[in-house]
Design a protein around this ligand. Sequence first.
Ligand code: ZN
Length: 86
Amino acid sequence: MMKETIRTMTSPVGLNSAPQHPYLIIQCYSCGKLLLARSGQKTKLCTYCNTRLNIFRVRVLARAPTAKAASRIVIALKDRPDKRLD
Ligand SMILES: [Zn+2]
């Protein structure tokens, strides 16, 4: 009987091109509100103040694998009393 060697735990983290957490929780640098963005996006229009945000310039507060998880994180971050606006 042939014994197969299956490598399941050897895939290096970070070399795979598919992002595991494509949803970004970002903070608008104009009004300070929290927004969701996809990691493939270059810009994001703030729904609160209509500022076009450069994804590479905004502060990424968290990442999430799904939109549902992302919105949960947004709610949790909003509840934090120590959140400060820059
Ligand atoms: Zn804004």
